[in-house]
Design a binder for this molecule. Structure first.
Ligand SMILES: [Zn+2]
Length: 256
């Protein structure tokens, strides 16, 4: 299948669907300059992750977690939405896509203009922090200068609880509300569109399988093969930005 044929097939699928749910993984953000954290050479692989229990258990672990967090933020400070992010934002804007489920924590769907309530984040969000006790959001722009001045990890201003980057750490339970919303979206769509995920991390990979079992069609756009390629209605192994760029324009996104 040529790239043009692949794009035409995807356009047909999208155009003939009533409700297209997007599902994104690290691959949609590589064009933005955010590397896949599981890929060799990624800064995420240099350090052993700090498990959630360790974070809770010692101030030194929290200090180390915040040091790494801000060092990482500096590496990707200039990352902006890719063509893939913007194409999905266009599908949300024209009503084709009710919501986007994402495994990413980079906040780039929000940055592409998609309203926060239309984004389901399975692994949380690294662009802000939250109190583990009361849930109050804390801005990183306020936490960072204090942390760098004192070396003390942040505590909650409201309740004194432990404040953590709003991501889901190793050993931390998955966000129930996000899981429930993702399930409902998978069951409510007639096209489930995977973009940039190899679908190996569970339970995230369960959602496209659920949609497919429920009768939706499944399309996968990813550079590498995925575990669900065999059951998908359309599989495109290509550069995400190149495949999705036509959906940025009006004629690329005409409903059938
Ligand atoms: Zn609190």
């Amino acid at each position: 299948m040529t790239r043009a044929d692949a794009i035409a097939s995807l356009r047909d699928l999208v155009g003939s669907s009533r409700s297209v749910v997007g599902f994104t993984g690290a691959g949609i953000s590589t064009e933005s300059g955010v590397p896949d954290f599981r890929s060799p050479g990624s800064p995420w692989m240099r350090n052993k992750p700090i498990p959630f229990e360790a974070f809770l258990g010692s101030v030194e672990a929290r200090r180390e977690a915040w040091r790494r967090k801000f060092a990482m933020d500096d590496l990707y400070r200039d990352a902006g939405p890719s063509r893939g992010h913007r194409a999905l934002a266009a599908l949300v804007a024209d009503g084709t896509m009710p919501a986007i489920i994402t495994q990413n924590i980079d906040g780039l769907h929000q940055a592409s203009g998609v309203a926060e309530e239309k984004i389901v984040e399975l692994h949380g969000n690294g662009t802000y922090a939250a109190c583990l006790s009361c849930g109050l959001r804390h801005g990183l722009d306020r936490i960072r200068p204090r942390f760098e001045a004192t070396g003390e990890p942040p505590g909650c201003e409201a309740c004194g609880g432990i404040v953590k980057s709003a991501t889901i750490s190793f050993g931390q339970s998955m966000p129930e509300q996000a899981i429930r919303r993702a399930q409902a979206l998978a069951l409510g769509c007639d096209l489930f569109l995977v973009v940039g995920s190899s679908l190996v991390v569970f339970p995230a990979a369960a959602f496209p399988a659920l949609a497919k079992r429920n009768g939706a069609r499944l399309a996968i756009v990813n550079r590498e093969p995925t575990d669900l390629d065999a059951v998908a209605d359309l599989v495109i192994h290509d550069e995400i930005g190149d495949v999705l760029e036509p959906f940025l324009s009006q004629e690329g996104n005409t409903r059938a």
